[in-house]
Design a protein around this ligand. Structure first.
Ligand code: NAD
Length: 358
């Protein structure tokens, strides 16, 4: 029976790279019925909604989406259409595999990390107080009263929340993923020495869940030290589990270790739905040029096939992408090392080359 999958081309380079990935998925022979839906600035211009209800309804029904990057239109009144989608669908885990494929220019020899980021809490609650407003002054007065600490009147305030349940489900998810993928170690990143009741809670929960998984090693790192050690020796790490904000930063750092945004895949996973998309954004200067790298979305599609239980086609897709990368004749300009004067391939040519090698 065909898998029903929601397909969201998105904005900017989204339609080009998503189309390349869709062709590759179809060429694996997996039977897919794509349900094409809109989201982002283009959707807002056409329908008045950056996250149209039919798009959410489709993902709820199919349970799986392949998505391009989207832009949040300033006039939509929405802080972030991506955050809204993750909240609506309770996509609590962001998974970013960061593997360095042979042939991709990098200063490292071997990188194979799995970044697991909490997706709904932390500084991304969207609860903020603007400098100078009556509500902010009231909040400052209240905080001064209960803490006996001074807060400057010209301060803005953003609220950070980390919960017991939110920490438990992301850390448990990271350990279960580590087990399912035959990995050996989970490292939790935090700043519990400063933020005792948010990061401290996350760390306490992580330690407790680690004790339930004795076959997987557990270590903890203060986030600044973790960033330094990732740059120095990424091969020392395996699975990283992080609260939302640090996860956002560290996932892009790790994308930098493996050749940049053009090749970094990802997935947002919840109990009842999963949305797969590359790490990169809409790359406005590249939009419509047929020069964007589709590998990040193709590898996201490979993650989607694994999620759907299509393991053999997933392996073939990944091997075909890896073959194109190591040969190096059909890669986009962002993957050309200095001095390599072979002409860059177009987005469509990369897809053709991958399809030939499936
Ligand atoms: P970006 O990822 O779009 O671009 C950063 C840099 O990486 C640019 O130099 C770009 O040309 C390059 N790049 C990105 N993807 C590439 C690809 N596939 N091939 C080759 N080069 C690539 O980040 P940005 O410029 O900070 O953001 C642009 C827009 O995208 C913003 O509106 C932002 O909100 C949005 N965005 C959306 C998502 C998403 O929907 N998941 C994620 C990140 C950013």
């Amino acid at each position: 029976m065909a898998h029903r999958i929601t397909l969201i081309p998105g904005d900017g380079i989204g339609p080009e790279v998503v189309e390349a990935a869709r062709r590759v998925v179809d060429a694996t022979g997996v039977s897919v019925e794509w349900d094409r839906q809109e989201m982002g600035a283009g959707a807002f211009a056409r329908t008045g909604h950056p996250l149209p209800p039919p798009t959410l309804a489709s993902i709820r029904e199919t349970g799986v989406a392949l998505k391009g990057p989207v832009e949040t239109p300033v006039t939509s009144g929405m802080r972030s259409v991506n955050l809204a989608m993750r909240r609506e669908l309770d996509l609590f885990a962001c998974v970013r595999p960061c593997r360095l494929y042979p042939g991709v220019p990098s200063v490292y020899d071997a990188v194979d990390l799995l970044v697991v980021r909490e997706n709904l809490e932390d500084l991304y609650t969207g609860i903020e107080f603007e400098m100078g407003t009556a509500e902010t002054q009231e909040l400052i007065a209240f905080l001064e009263e209960i803490t006996d600490r001074r807060i400057r009147e010209d301060a803005g305030i953003s609220v950070k929340t980390i919960s017991d349940l939110g920490s438990e489900r992301i850390v448990r998810f990271a350990f279960e993923l580590a087990e399912a993928q035959g990995r050996s170690k989970v490292t939790a990143g935090h700043k519990a020495n400063i933020m005792k009741f948010t990061d401290g809670l996350f760390l306490e929960v992580a330690r407790a869940i680690a004790a339930d998984h004795p076959s997987i090693a557990f270590e903890e790192r203060i986030i600044d030290a973790l960033c330094m050690q990732l740059i120095q020796a990424p091969e020392r790490f395996d699975v990283l589990v992080l609260p939302n904000f640090y996860g956002d930063l560290v996932a892009d750092v790790c994308a930098g270790l493996i050749g940049g945004l053009g090749v970094a895949p990802g997935g947002h996973v919840g109990e009842t739905a999963a949305v797969f998309e590359a790490t990169h954004g809409t790359a406005p200067p590249l939009a419509g040029t047929n020069r964007a790298n589709p590998v990040g979305v193709m590898l996201s599609a490979a993650m989607m096939l694994r999620h759907l239980g299509e393991l053999e086609p997933r392996d073939r897709l990944e091997a075909a992408v890896a073959a194109v990368l190591v040969e190096g004749d059909h890669v986009t300009g962002d993957l050309r090392a200095a001095g390599d004067d072979r002409p860059p391939a177009s987005t469509i040519e990369v897809a053709d080359a991958v399809i030939q090698r499936l």
